[in-house]
Write a protein that binds this ligand. Structure first.
Ligand code: ATP
Ligand code: MG
Length: 453
């Protein structure tokens, strides 16, 4: 945990920094906003505490412009409520009154590092993934973490870092999909002052920021092929070139990468370098979708119910039996993220002594049973797949044709188009069915064959 303190406040911030250090934080100090920004550009930090009388807006705006995502917390002498409000409006995440309360400082530090600790699993399929993660955590091997969106790839990456020999060093994450191609190179490798318009000062890149620790290249499949070549060199030779720089810089990092696309497939298509894939994919941790880890669903639901009760100052409540049934049966196409958001809402919506099924709702307030369109599609697809097994091809074909006709309200032209067959073939099939004496009012069909004749 790297803490940057900007300002002095008659020594009050020195006390705060002592408290933080006693909790294991590495503290740097800067006198003003400009020095603070330079320290962030030069070394990075996990949290900034800034004296409230300094221009927090200037700081927050500069950080946003330069895409430095370190959270900012304002500090000031306790009684100045106006300054506290102004600080929050300017973009500070929290306001800490001084003189510092050791418990409060500890709580803020903990909130910043909390992500790394809440990694919950129970299902046997996850047990295997976690075991493999623990086995490789202590090596410096690159790890590729794959899985559908929301399955917890970033959570697992942090877990690997905390279990590694680098745990006390920085964990730095770069979202390759969120940063425009033209800027990603300087984000990763840094730049020298004047390297391009807007390069107002030397800034170190994420590789240097992560030095000694772990670098997570999130959504690496989105990286431009040209930059992939530079990344490969950095990984092979353990040196980087800042944009506009003349001297290569040595770096000591462990790289983790995530992707929700199949990189082998991307490599075949030529959008991802095969040599880079081999470099990254020394170990592949594959996170199963949440629907394939049934024992995790209720475990995670309970975890999120407790987490959001605590965050909102509400007494924790258990899920009712009906709510548990609903949650356990839902297909969760958005995986853990969707489950988390749903439980967050449920904690806020529930009114009784338990979290009831009624509180388990979509973001639009619909009951979960009817679900999101995506959830319904997955449910329908699963129902269809289940109903196929054990039936003959001819049988399934007939049902598909009749269902499609049904869907098209008997319009043969439209149905044939959807089915990808000619109208003549469709007509022949229908004749076959009536000729075979199939009852005109099939169960499940609202209009019988007669209506289509
Ligand atoms: N095993 C877990 N225990 C606790 N929380 C989890 C777990 N897995 C995921 N989460 C939570 O679910 C959310 C999504 O997780 P995360 O961001 O790691 O997913 P992801 O696979 O990286 O998704 P994306 O592909 O969309 O980036 C986060 O809020 C995370 O804290
Ligand atoms: Mg992610």
């Amino acid at each position: 945990m790297r803490l940057l303190i900007i300002g002095r406040l008659n020594g009050e911030l020195v006390t705060a920094s002592r408290i933080a250090m006693s909790r294991g934080a590495a503290v740097t100090q800067a006198d003003g906003i400009e020095q603070g920004l330079n320290a962030l550009r030069a070394k990075g930090a996990d949290l900034v505490m800034v004296e409230v009388s300094l221009s927090i807006r200037t700081l927050v705006t500069a950080l946003a412009d330069e895409r430095i995502r370190t959270p900012v917390v304002a500090c000031g002498t306790g009684t100045d409520a106006k300054a506290a409000v102004a600080a929050i409006q300017a973009g500070a995440k929290e306001y800490i009154p001084l003189p510092p309360d050791p418990e409060l400082i500890a709580a803020v530090l903990e909130a910043v590092t909390a992500d790394a600790r809440s990694f919950v699993w129970r299902d046997a399929s996850m047990e295997r993934v976690v075991k493999l993660a623990e086995q490789v955590a202590r090596s410096d091997a690159s790890v590729l973490i794959t899985g559908e969106s929301g399955t917890g790839k970033e959570v697992l990456a942090r877990y690997v870092h905390t279990r590694s020999n680098r745990a006390q060093k920085p964990f730095v994450s770069v979202n390759c999909a969120a940063i425009p191609d033209a800027l990603l190179e300087s984000e990763l490798f840094g730049h020298e002052k004047g390297a391009f318009t807007g390069a107002v000062a030397r800034r170190i890149g994420r590789f240097e920021e992560a030095n000694g620790g772990t670098l997570l290249l999130d959504e690496i499949s989105e990286m431009d092929v040209r930059l992939q070549a530079k990344l490969l060199r950095a990984l092979q030779e353990r040196v980087i070139d800042r944009v506009g720089g003349t001297q290569p810089v040595k770096v000591d990092i462990r790289v983790l990468a995530t992707s929700n696309r199949n990189l082998a497939e991307e490599a075949r298509k030529g959008t991802f370098r095969e040599d880079l894939l081999y470099r990254l994919n020394v170990v592949n941790l594959r996170l199963p979708p949440l629907r394939d880890r049934p024992s995790d669903i209720l475990e995670l639901a309970g975890h999120f119910a407790r987490k959001y009760a605590e965050a909102n100052g509400i007494a924790p409540r258990p899920l009712s039996a009906e709510a548990r049934r609903l949650v356990a049966q839902n297909p969760w196409p958005g995986n853990v993220r969707e489950l988390e958001n749903t439980l967050h809402r449920a904690v806020l919506l529930a009114s009784g002594p338990e979290i009831d099924a009624d509180a388990i709702r979509s973001p639009e307030g619909e009951a979960l049973a009817s679900g999101s369109p995506a959830a319904r599609a997955v449910q329908a697809a699963e129902a269809v797949t289940r109903s196929f097994v054990g039936r003959s091809l001819a049988d399934v074909e007939r049902d598909l044709i009749l269902d499609t006709l049904d869907h098209c309200l008997g319009n043969r032209t439209h149905a044939a188009k959807i089915l990808g067959i000619s109208i003549r073939t469709l007509r022949n099939k229908l004749n076959e069915y009536t000729g075979a004496g199939i009852p005109v009012a099939e169960p499940g069909h609202t209009r019988g064959l007669a209506a289509y004749g």
